[in-house]
Write a protein that binds this ligand. Structure first.
Ligand code: GUN
Length: 294
């Protein structure tokens, strides 16, 4: 069993990007600038956004964090988005999800200029992804594709089961892995909360992408020997033995699944760090396109 070390691969990618940034600085060029909007004080979202900003600083990008209170109105948020859309210094930006319930998420995502949408959530970019056109791939699926590619995991003709149909992970994963591309050419099945005989389907999988958001749902009896496991889940599970009062768990029961797996991502240290690295990669790409358009 091989651990798919997302932390190491993400550090490799960040090192590669940092070299590009050094080149830009040496040439007196503008470095990439990422902005992030966070609304409210959700603990996990604050952690993720801070990690994204910190990663920018580490590799030499400019970053701006716009921290708005929970009670921010949709109109104020849309105004902020408009400001970022028209600010020529910002190459790309994200609005951290989930948003407070009084804000229409889809309306917000549609307000982002597709050319600055480094999360790849705008319908234009989702459509471009589905049609295999140049776009910004959503960071988590992009990170998983990169991880599969860098570990040379064969996906062509393999049975892939994607667990979950979210707009952020499950749906794009199912599209990307079925496409004619690196880490693609797979036969993809999407399973979800209405699926019947789910364990029969997962037992037939060569590769499982678990993204359902239920901690330790996938157990050893639901997989075959030699399976490749990508665990996207990250949930805080109460644990009094930990100083923080919780531990982080994936959607996969690592203890029972890992002995049967050929490759498996750990939680934490698997998919999570890749998401951040690919967001930086998208920001680099946004800057390139932005400069070329001038
Ligand atoms: N919430 C969970 N994952 C993501 C992500 O990739 N981007 C944003 N903006 N919010 C998220």
């Amino acid at each position: 069993m091989t651990i798919l070390d997302g932390k190491k691969i993400s550090n490799d990618i960040k090192d590669e990007i940092a070299i590009d940034v050094q080149g830009m600085i040496a040439n007196g060029e503008k470095v990439p600038h990422l902005a992030a909007i966070l609304v409210g004080t959700d603990g996990a979202s604050m952690t993720y956004v801070n990690a994204k900003v910190k990663a920018c600083e580490k590799i030499g990008f400019n970053s701006t964090l716009i921290d708005l209170p929970e009670e921010t109105t949709e109109a104020v948020l849309l105004e902020k988005i408009h400001e970022l859309n028209t600010n020529d210094d910002i190459d790309g930006f994200i609005v951290q999800l989930p948003l407070p319930k009084h804000i229409d998420e889809q309306k917000v995502l549609m307000a982002i200029d597709p050319d600055k949408d480094v999360d790849g959530f705008h319908p234009t970019n989702v459509g471009r992804m589905a049609l295999d056109l140049p776009t910004f791939l959503p960071a988590t699926p992009f990170g998983i594709m990169e991880l599969l590619e860098r570990y040379n995991i064969e996906t062509s003709g393999k049975n892939v089961v994607v667990m979950g149909r979210s707009h952020i992970v499950g749906r794009p994963m199912s599209i990307l892995m079925s496409q004619k591309r690196k880490a693609g050419d797979a036969t993809v099945t999407v399973v979800h909360s209405r699926t019947k005989n789910l364990a029969d389907i997962t037992r037939s999988a060569d590769i499982i992408v678990a993204a359902i958001g239920i901690s330790e749902y996938l157990t050893g009896d639901m997989v075959k020997d030699g399976v490749v496991i990508i665990d996207v889940g990250i949930t805080r599970v109460p644990d009094e033995t930990k100083k923080a009062g919780y531990r982080l768990a994936g959607d996969v029961d690592f203890a029972s699944v890992s002995p049967k797996a050929s490759y498996i991502t750990p939680v934490p240290g698997g998919v999570g760090p890749m998401t951040i690295a690919m967001l930086l990669k998208n920001t680099l790409l946004a800057r390139e396109r932005h400069q070329a358009a001038k």
